[in-house]
Design a binder for this molecule. Structure first.
Ligand SMILES: C[C@H](O)[C@H](O)[C@H]1CNC2=NC(N)=NC(=O)C2=N1
Length: 103
């Protein structure tokens, strides 16, 4: 069975475990700030590796010292699902090693 969208209540509950992430326009999103461009790019590269492993892919934006992550599940009609929450959690785990801080 295809992955089901989470309800707004379920999303709010899961956001409690994902500080810095927000829910708007049917997407989970977060921006991270880094010391400089190499650190930001390194974070993007590791996110890409995780996304290949999970077979779930966010929209990533790389700036000078910022990385934006925004994700929903295409196969669930562009809604937020447990797959998005899982990816966000995996990204949170690696962020400290890249020196990421809140925007
Ligand atoms: C065939 C492949 O598994 C699918 O296209 C995957 C790939 N990555 C994906 N990523 C996201 N964000 N949503 C999806 O529905 C999705 N589907």
């Amino acid at each position: 069975m295809a992955v089901q969208p989470l309800t707004d209540q379920e999303i709010q509950q899961r956001l409690g475990q994902l500080p810095g992430w927000s829910f708007a326009d049917d997407r989970l999103s977060r921006t991270y700030v880094f010391k400089g461009h190499p650190q930001a790019a390194g974070m993007v590269a590791e996110i890409a590796t995780i996304q290949v492993e999970l077979d779930h892919h966010s929209e990533l934006t790389l700036g000078y010292n910022k990385v934006g992550v925004s994700v929903n599940t295409h196969s669930a009609g562009g809604k937020v699902t447990a797959l998005d929450v899982e990816l966000a959690g995996r990204i949170e785990e690696i962020a400290p090693r890249h020196g990421a801080r809140a925007d």
